[in-house]
Design a binder for this molecule. Structure first.
Ligand code: NDP
Length: 403
């Protein structure tokens, strides 16, 4: 059991803190640090109010500032830092980890603030530095990326000699009752879905216009929902780590009302990340939009319906064609009851806690920088069933490109 620092007191941070505080066998001491101290204090107070066994200490930190982070780590001396702030902070936190000798875990790859560009290159470049320091960094340990990589590694280990086709399918069939809101940080979410789509086919990336490929996919216990091909960061590491894949795509559902709102916001320039002058001040329209939208962490109350995320795979086993589908369905209302969060924060926070616990008990521990699919998926799959994200599986399925 070890001490950890969690950075970021948003929707996901709330879940990670509470799930870690429920699990004293892995986490002996918990420090929650974020830009706004009052948000940390509110989460710590809720942990105490619901009677979680481990007390949560809070600290203020600007995670864009390496010396501030180093000072925090040197004072608190954690084994590991769980980064659930924003992707912009990944590199400063990794730099501080190297300087203070702390292991690292995050749920989203680094992104520079001024270009919407999702790729692992920046963080993979830390491989030698982490290895030399005897430190480990586990990248992308949320649900997608995260569990989707573990699912793929599990399929590869148990059910295929060679995987050929991978479709990651992500459905949120929930209703939060708001006209327009995003389920995780609006800035990051809108940057992700307004960029060009991209998928992997026969050794290269095929770029497509945003949202231009779509079809209804039938989700378990939900039914058919219109799903759109978009680029998602785990495709980069999965196609590298499983080079037999001939095609890998990522599909996500969007409701018509969401898309209409987004189209209007885009047409009027509100999703732009280029600064404009307003009353003599520089303003980034997308940052301003974030300020008027509901915070993801506040959507949980009265959120009904469920999410369903899984991997559909086709390949070869013992010379014969094989197919496999593994998924989790998660009810927003259950998440709210357990940790006062909506399903998207929950499905991200639980895997982060599980990844951290495996690094702590040594079952996932190698110095260097890694993606989740590079480790043995079995202990992770077991813990998903124990900690609130049980999975189901099915063989003999039809993949989206076949209907
Ligand atoms: P929120 O916007 O709800 O929370 C982000 C938190 O980070 C806020 O508390 C914010 O503080 C804090 N923060 C931002 N900048 C700094 C800084 N410079 N220093 C210190 N703290 C800072 O986002 P979410 O909780 O929804 O998402 C958190 C992360 O999880 C994101 O990186 C997101 O991309 C990732 N994610 C991953 C998923 C997956 O499946 N892999 C799915 C969903 C999210 P303040 O409140 O003061 O602004």
């Amino acid at each position: 059991s070890k001490k950890i620092v969690i950075i970021g007191a948003g929707g996901v941070g709330n879940v990670v803190v509470k799930k870690c505080a429920m699990n004293p066998a892995s986490f002996s001491e918990i420090v929650l640090a974020s830009r706004t101290l009052s948000k940390c204090d509110a989460i710590a107070a809720e942990c105490a109010a619901i009677g979680l066994p481990t007390a949560v200490k809070t600290r203020q930190v600007d995670a864009d500032n390496v010396p501030e982070l180093v000072a925090l780590f040197k004072e608190e001396k954690p084994f590991l830092v769980i980064n659930v702030a924003l992707p912009y902070q990944d590199l400063t936190i990794m730099d501080a980890c190297l300087e203070a000798g702390v292991h690292y875990l995050d749920t989203a790859n680094y992104e520079p603030k001024d270009v919407a560009k999702f790729e692992y290159s920046w963080q993979w470049a830390y491989q030698e530095k982490f290895k030399k320091a005897g430190l480990m960094a586990l990248l992308g340990c949320g649900f997608d990326p995260g569990v989707t990589g573990v699912y793929t590694a599990y399929a590869n280990k148990h059910y295929f000699d060679e995987m050929h086709y991978l479709d990651i399918i992500d459905c949120n069939a929930g209703d939060h009752g708001k006209a327009f809101a995003t389920n995780f940080n609006p800035e990051i979410n809108i940057r992700e879905i307004t960029q060009k789509g991209k998928y992997w086919e026969n050794g290269e990336w095929i770029e497509i216009e945003p949202m231009s490929i779509h079809k209804p996919i039938d989700y378990p216990n939900i039914g058919p929902k219109e799903s759109y091909v978009l680029y998602h960061e785990e495709l980069e590491s999965l196609t590298k780590n499983f080079p037999t894949l001939k095609r890998a795509r990522f599909w996500m559902t969007f409701g018509q009302a969401y898309l209409t709102h987004l189209e209007v916001l885009q047409n009027v320039g509100m999703t732009s990340i280029a600064p404009i002058k307003f009353n003599g001040m520089d303003i980034v329209p997308l940052e301003f939009l974030k300020a008027v939208l509901p915070e993801p962490g506040t959507l949980g109350e009265n959120y009904s319906g469920q999410t369903s995320i899984g991997c559909q795979i086709k390949g070869i086993k013992e010379g014969k064609e094989a197919t496999y589908y593994v998924w989790n369905n998660c009810h927003h209302a259950d998440c709210y009851k357990e940790v006062q969060a909506q399903g998207v924060s929950y499905t991200t926070g639980v895997p982060a806690m599980i990844g951290a616990s495996l690094m702590i008990d040594g079952s996932w521990f190698t110095p260097g920088v890694f993606n989740v699919e590079e480790f043995n998926p079995d202990p992770f799959m077991e813990l998903l069933n124990i900690h609130g994200l049980p999975w189901e599986e099915q063989h003999n399925i039809t993949l989206p490109h076949e209907y």
